[in-house]
Design a protein around this ligand. Sequence first.
Ligand code: PMP
Length: 404
Amino acid sequence: MLDVQNIRKDFPILNRTVNGKPLIYFDNAATSQTPQQVIDVIVDYYTNYNANIHRGVHSLSQEATDAYEQARVKIQKHFNAKHSHEIIYTSGTTHGINLVANGFSSLLKKGDEIIVSALEHHSNIVPWQMLCERTGASLKVIPMNENGELILSEFDALLNDNTKLVFVNHISNALGTINPIEYIIEKAHQFGAAVLVDGAQSCPHIKPDVQALDVDFYVCSAHKLCGPTGVGTLYGKEAWLNKLPPYQGGGEMIAEVSFEKTTYAALPHKFEAGTPNICGGIAFGAAIDYMNNIGFDNIAQYEHDLLEYGTEQLLKIEGVKIYGTAKEKTSVISFNVGNIHPYDIGTILDKMGIAVRTGHHCAQPIMDFYNIPGTVRASFMFYNTKAEIDSFISALKKAIMMLS
Ligand code: PMP
């Protein structure tokens, strides 16, 4: 059981007001809030041991390097990766996906096929389209049904010996659908295709076991799981990471440089050119500690209750249509009310201190599927409460009255 009232004390931002009203933060799928424990780690870094890593002989540099590498091991353990050098620091999910897409430029040829799903965020579509343009490979799409679930029989039919890569998110940011990645990975492997899972939305709710999943690449962003922005991770199987060429050239990623020839550093540094987000990496480790202390099973159970309660309350309001009613779903509710534009609802809710997301959520193909411009999206984390949902529902009713 979660002690939510105590947990809320960890998040100073939850005490603020917006437009004179107590903040109700339901935009967690865009970015989560940061607990004091993580803020303290950031302040401690800049107060006491800010220095560049892997370079200096001096004490500060050593302390920063140690903390940064210890955080890498925390991330490794959290993902249950076999080796810490399979954990590549990135600036976030988008960076991780682009790193892999760029690496496959030299491994794909005309006639090869890439499969993505209809439920992807733009950052798991556009890099693969760019990869297809560079290589002549073609992009196939696993379609979805009205409930926002992938149609697996169609996925099976898309697989063939030309399939080289499959990309799918673990959880859809626009609808909350939890995708059956175990099935997708197993099937793709039967055809020798590599699988990248976009874990941006799953990592705040599920602890992924990359070895049990046998996934080839798994990416996420720290800011979705109570960490800072501008840092994330790419997990890659050692053999794949050794096969892919470096993404960016520069300092830190080399073994030897001369004007005739440069050799690259071993993993993970081969993919970590330049000065990284050192403080961010250390704080990412602290965020993982924080989430694990609460416990992912507790988090899943509590958020599921919030999802059920929120869905029930919303459906009592006339004209509400919820998009994405998959059986396996996380705490995201995407909805519209009659013909009211989602932006108008979002603007009025903000006047009442309530933060929701409106628009296409960087997933325009999903909006096209439902033939709508966008939705209002309320997404919950473990620090939200049923009382907040009640306030949201009465504010929404007021907004609907004003807009009808
Ligand atoms: N994929 C999904 C499913 C997401 O929800 C997001 C963030 N909204 C991203 C990718 C991109 O993450 P970032 O902006 O942190 O790189």
